[in-house]
Design a protein around this ligand. Structure first.
Ligand code: HXC
Length: 372
């Protein structure tokens, strides 16, 4: 009997791991995207993932949905570690109803959010999903309300990181928008309130998905995304790198680790980096790389509002936030975008006990009617 139960458990596990089936997984790979589980494997330390709610199914009985159930219901949730640090994760499975959100799917995410706050650990969401599950209607919308509430409660309490890794619409964009950092994958990820088809129907405007909400648009033009990466692997590797800089919660000081740089080392090139003539530009990034430990600098929003530079680095092993004017772009003036970029960053550092180093070289505010 026990043998029978174990076999049944294993069969169910295999079924859950298969997601939306071979064909849809192949389509996912053909688009250059990894599956929800492959992404978790790359994000977390090997073998560290502990899954929750693997067999949860939706409760919808409309539109023939009672006959279409996939264990896990389109999202893989749980916790694991990144270089030994505990993080909570949810990863949307596009092969199951396009990763769309049901009431049961929402409850799985809320559980992870609450647990992360209790433990004091970052929450990382991997998004590849078409928003509210149309078949569930209002139950799905109510699920989003629960998730959004936890986004608000977690703000400033634990770091919240969102990675957009597929076409994301509706609630799968609104929730990331409330988190601390959003990263996208070039050519395979999109973020929009409504997709190009709805735009065409409502306003008759013809626009491609890339123009409407592609990675380049959000990383360089709207500033919604803090970074855009070449592929899933690079995005997940960079999230691991970012997590290393962050404290697990607002109850902890900024992390410290051994540095290979001497705290009092001299950097003679700094004597000549800044030109004597104040009208001559220079690259502030070069200065930052020379000052911080091991020239290791994780830049935030490197393609947007380039007249200010924000990012994480270490000094004598301890995480610091760097905010610096960039004389090379618009002479380093402050305008609306750069002020917002820096303010957001400073607020994050403030909430998470990260000291800030400011390098100031600024001619002042950008004048003009547009800015006023
Ligand atoms: C149910 C969905 C779905 C959804 C996609 N699918 N979105 N099922 N609810 N919202 C299913 C498809 O039927 C399809 O099923 C599979 O997922 C893959 O979708 P495709 O359309 O074939 O993929 P693709 O061409 O890549 O387009 C992806 C997409 C598009 C851009 C996300 O599917 C799309 O526009 N979906 C609808 C988006 C939307 O309007 N969502 C509602 C947002 S409103 P099969 O069986 O063929 O594999 C919202 C409100 C939040 O979220 C408010 C909170 C208060």
């Amino acid at each position: 009997r026990v043998q029978h139960i174990l076999e049944e458990l294993e069969r169910r596990r295999e079924q859950a791991k298969a997601g939306g089936g071979e064909k849809r997984v192949a389509a996912q790979h053909a688009k250059g995207k990894l599956t929800a589980r492959e992404r978790i494997d790359l994000l977390l330390d090997e073998g560290s993932f502990e899954e929750f709610d693997m067999f949860v199914e939706h409760r919808c009985a409309d539109f023939g949905m009672q006959d279409q159930k996939v264990p896990g219901d389109g999202v893989v949730t749980g916790w694991g570690t990144i270089n030994g640090k505990v993080v909570y994760v949810f990863s949307k499975d596009f092969t199951v109803f396009g990763g769309s959100l049901s009431g049961a799917h929402a409850a799985k995410i809320v559980k992870v959010q609450r647990q992360a706050m209790k433990v004091g650990a970052p929450i990382i969401g991997l998004f590849d999903a078409g928003g509210a599950r149309i078949q569930e209607g209002v139950d799905s919308l109510a699920g989003y309300a629960d998730i959004f509430l936890e986004n608000v409660m977690a703000s400033g309490v634990v770091p919240q990181i969102s990675v957009i890794m597929g076409p994301c619409a509706g609630g799968d964009v609104y929730s990331p928008a409330m988190t601390d950092f959003i990263f996208m994958v070039k050519d395979t990820s999109y973020m929009f309130v409504t997709g190009p088809d709805v735009v065409k129907t409502v306003t008759n405007e013809v626009v491609t998905a890339e123009e409407l909400g592609g990675a380049r648009v959000h990383a360089a033009k709207s500033g919604v995304a803090e970074g855009a990466f070449e592929n899933d692997l690079e995005a997940l590797t960079q999230v691991r790198r970012l997590v290393d800089f962050l404290p697990s919660s607002n109850r902890e000081p900024a992390p410290e680790r051994d540095s290979f740089d001497e705290a009092f080392r001299e950097e003679p090139s700094l004597d000549t980096l800044i030109p004597a003539d104040p009208t001559k530009p220079y690259d502030m990034k070069e200065l930052i790389l020379k000052v911080v430990d091991e020239a290791d600098f994780f830049e935030i929003s490197s393609e947007w509002a380039k007249n200010i530079i924000c990012g994480f680095a270490r000094m004598d092993g301890e995480t610091v936030g760097v905010v610096a004017n960039q004389p090379q772009v618009l002479a380093g003036v402050l305008d609306i975008d750069s002020s917002r970029k820096a303010a957001r960053f400073v607020r994050f550092c403030d909430a998470f006990n990260i000291p800030i180093i400011t390098f100031v070289d600024v001619p002042g505010f950008m004048p003009g009617t547009k800015q006023e």
